[in-house]
Design a protein around this ligand. Sequence first.
Ligand SMILES: [Zn+2]
Ligand SMILES: [Zn+2]
Length: 95
Amino acid sequence: MAGVGLTPYQGKMRACGMFHCKKCDKNWFSANSWANTFQKCKGCNGKIYPYKQFQPWKGTGARKGIPPHPQNLCQRCMKLGRFCGLTIRKYMAEE
Ligand SMILES: [Zn+2]
Ligand SMILES: [Zn+2]
């Protein structure tokens, strides 16, 4: 099933994602969402893929009202074992 998109966004960059768990009727937003990457629902621990994704706003730094990135719920963070928002290139240079 290679090449099948699990998320609306299929690029390599970070995207903002809107998530919705049907089971819990829970909505949340993440400024760090990635193609084909789920985040876990806090309510049921289910793997939820974003139903909507868009490019992050220009500029850096957290915007007001955006909660800290839930590393324990993010598939990419779990894979990396650390915060997924930093660039991979930086990690490689450091290691
Ligand atoms: Zn849920
Ligand atoms: Zn993450």
